[in-house]
Design a binder for this molecule. Structure first.
Ligand SMILES: Nc1ncnc2c1ncn2[C@@H]1O[C@H](COP(=O)(O)OP(=O)(O)O)[C@@H](O)[C@H]1O
Ligand SMILES: [Mg+2]
Length: 273
């Protein structure tokens, strides 16, 4: 795996990205993770790249379509980047103006859908890249819910993250996507930690099937949770529907794992082989 992230004090703030096939459970796990992480005391910024956002539901934020407005991104200067944040608007101003504060104090910022044409997604990605690059590393834990599939996740949305979590459900198609995403380990800019989480497991054999097929041990196994299914039907956050349910407990164990990686300074060792 690529170079280890320097373990200056800033590395104690988590920079995490959730990737995986659409429907694997990225948004469900990312939102629950963000809230449980926030309960440990430091500010969490949840970043949503999805044009059809699922993250607000799992966070319990009372907005679904709340993207940053079109005019935050303008054409860049000649010879410079193609798009830039509007002059006078920096990363922290973006958070102050456009983030919504949800349960457990998690700040939620939605990028995926600048209103209008699909080409606007490119601008959204520039806004995303600039915000994650310029945000104060010592202030925020970042928890990003990335686009489904491999292309965008591998193409730049994940670069800010020093921990990338591949969410996989025990289906052939989801494992196929996960296998490709695990090659992020070879990317030049690849994350120090690339971890696998098995979601919607029904019994222990599901985790075994996934780990044998992908050749990677999962760091967490999240069960298929009937409360989460019911919560989903009414758009409720799984954490509010079942605060001590099996999904919440499994994601809390994942938070433990990630926090200990950062606080023990072992970033760079938790690698998928
Ligand atoms: N552990 C789980 N148990 C039961 N249902 C789940 C679980 N994780 C996710 N789901 C459900 O699976 C569907 C897809 O989850 P979602 O988080 O939206 O996936 P993604 O963001 O990867 O597209 C949703 O209906 C969600 O409620
Ligand atoms: Mg989603």
């Amino acid at each position: 795996m690529s170079e280890t992230v320097g373990m200056a004090e800033s590395a104690s703030m988590i920079r995490m990205a959730f990737v995986g096939k659409g429907g694997a459970g990225k948004s469900t796990i990312a939102g629950t993770f963000a809230r449980l992480l926030a309960r440990r005391g430091r500010p969490v910024l949840a970043l949503d790249s999805d044009p059809m956002p699922g993250l607000p539901y799992s966070l319990g934020v009372e907005v679904d379509d709340h993207p940053i407005p079109d005019d935050v991104v303008v054409a860049g200067p000649e010879g410079g980047p193609r798009w830039v944040l509007r002059p006078g608007l920096d990363a922290s101003a973006m958070v102050d103006r456009y983030a919504v504060v949800g349960p457990d104090g998690v700040c939620y910022l939605q990028f995926g859908n600048l209103w209008g044409h699909v080409a606007r997604l490119q601008q959204a990605q520039h806004a995303w890249s600039q915000v994650v690059a310029e945000l104060d590393r010592d202030r925020w834990h970042l928890v990003g819910d990335l686009p489904g599939g491999t292309r965008q996740a591998m193409f730049g949305w994940a670069r800010y993250a020093d921990t990338v979590c591949v969410v996989v459900e025990p289906t052939v198609k989801s494992m196929h996507t996960a296998r490709r995403l695990l090659t992020l380990a070879q990317a030049k800019w690849g994350p120090s930690n690339l971890m696998l989480v098995v979601n919607k497991a029904r019994g222990g054999s599901d985790a075994t099937v996934v780990s044998e097929r992908l050749g990677v041990q999962p760091v967490a196994v999240v069960p298929c949770d009937a409360d989460a299914v019911r919560a989903d039907r009414r758009g409720a956050a799984p954490l509010d529907a079942a605060p001590d349910g099996s999904l919440a407990r499994a994601v809390d164990a994942l938070v433990d794992r990630v926090v200990s990686l950062y606080s023990l300074g072992s970033l760079g060792e938790e690698v998928a082989q």
